[in-house]
Design a binder for this molecule. Structure first.
Ligand code: ZN
Ligand code: ZN
Length: 392
């Protein structure tokens, strides 16, 4: 559909006079085609810049629908129309997000390339893609030693303005190392799991997950459920999952946990009962709640590994009985984010159907209801994955 310059001009002029024409704007941005000639204001003859809708994050219960100019791309950049954008558990970690607010969050996106800079050769208009917000430099000592997620570049990179927007500008470094074509069998919705699953694949890879191990997953939200499924696919012997939420415990079972424990119970004792009298070989902490970290330390077998996939917020310290851990050769480790290699693994796991992500989608909203989505995710009642569709 071509942009209608007359409609566009009218919209822009009316907007200048502060009339509420959000619906017309909506029509306009929906019909935006970057290859069209930019329409001009008939009075000033200045080019009119097209606008798009974004969801601006101020806090967990204050996410507003706002507008901004559609970002202009450079010759080595691309513009992606965001079709699906997942709300991540980390998006509602208020202590982590609020210090940078207001900002446009969203880093689990899939979409379609609608504009390509003239020096970009790898991608073309119409490609269905997943775009990684963080990309490593691949040259520093951390990248060379497979700690890509500790790379300074990775922490600084991002797309513009964020996934809860109609369009994103993908900077050159992300185009070079963070754009992945979506295989035909992965839907846009399923593709929003690529980033979270990649983080999980990384965690289990670093923790040397192998067949025959008994696994305890503490916290059965999205990341816990993905850990359960992947541990199962990798041949875990017995998987036990915990949560305080019964809805999540039921899902944990459906997605592969052999046993579940209500987290308010005495978890270390229950684990032994369900695991042939001994603690677990691998404990994965998927919630930042302090009791979870304490339960983990008491539920690990000799020679085992505790993976802190989620950690308590800054200032909350976990008391660690070092002497006890030392005698039993227990490894405490963390994992953060995902590298391009992990993203590739996640794409393969989803497209081969080894991991069922479809059944984890519980809600879908248009962009204007992003705030509602945030509330549902932070309440963590009967929801798992909440997807925002910025085009509606
Ligand atoms: Zn995420
Ligand atoms: Zn690096």
């Amino acid at each position: 559909m071509a942009t209608n310059p007359i409609l566009t001009c009218a919209v822009r002029l009316f907007d200048d006079s502060k009339l509420d024409l959000s619906n017309l704007f909506f029509l306009f941005t929906r019909s935006y085609e970057p290859s069209c000639q930019t329409p001009k204001n008939p009075l000033t003859q200045k080019p009119l810049k097209p606008f798009m809708r974004i969801a601006m994050y101020y806090s967990n219960d204050d996410v507003r629908l706002e507008e901004m100019e559609i970002p202009q791309i450079g010759s080595r950049e691309i513009l992606v129309k965001v079709i699906a954008s997942g709300i991540c558990g980390s998006d509602v970690m208020e202590w982590y997000r609020i210090r940078k607010a207001p900002l446009v969050l969203g880093h689990e996106i899939t979409g379609e390339i609608i504009e390509v800079g003239n020096k970009v050769k790898k991608y073309k208009k119409g490609d269905r893609v997943f775009v990684s917000h963080h990309v490593p430099c691949n040259t520093c000592r951390y990248c060379i030693n497979d700690h890509h997620t500790a790379c300074e570049t990775l922490h600084k990179t991002n797309y513009d303005p964020g996934g809860f927007a109609e369009f994103i500008r993908v900077p050159q470094i992300n185009v070079d190392g963070g754009v992945f074509l979506l295989p035909g069998q992965i839907s846009f919705d399923e593709g929003t799991f690529i980033e979270p699953l990649a983080c999980v694949a990384r965690g289990l890879r670093l923790a040397n997950m192998k067949s025959g191990l008994s696994v305890l997953v503490i916290g059965s939200g999205i990341s816990g459920l993905l850990h359960i499924q992947l541990a199962k696919a990798l041949g875990a012997d017995r998987i036990i999952a915990t949560d305080i939420n019964e809805y999540r415990l039921r899902l944990a079972k459906k997605l592969g946990a052999d046993e579940t424990i209500q987290a308010k119970e005495n978890v270390p004792v229950e684990v032994r009962k369900l695991n042939g009298g001994r603690p677990s070989d691998l404990v994965i902490v998927c919630t930042g709640a302090l009791p979870a970290a304490l339960q983990a330390i008491k539920s690990i077998d000799r020679g085992g590994t505790i993976l802190f996939f989620a950690v308590p917020e800054p200032g909350v310290n976990v008391p660690v009985p070092m002497n006890e851990l030392w005698r039993n050769e227990i490894t405490l480790m963390t994992s953060y984010g995902a590298s391009p290699k992990d993203i590739q693994t996640a794409i393969e796991l989803i497209s081969s159907r080894k991991i069922n992500v479809k059944d984890m989608i519980t809600h879908k909203f248009g962009l204007k209801d992003t705030g509602k989505g945030f509330k549902i995710v932070s309440d963590a009642k009967e929801s798992i994955k909440v997807i925002i569709e910025p085009q509606r």
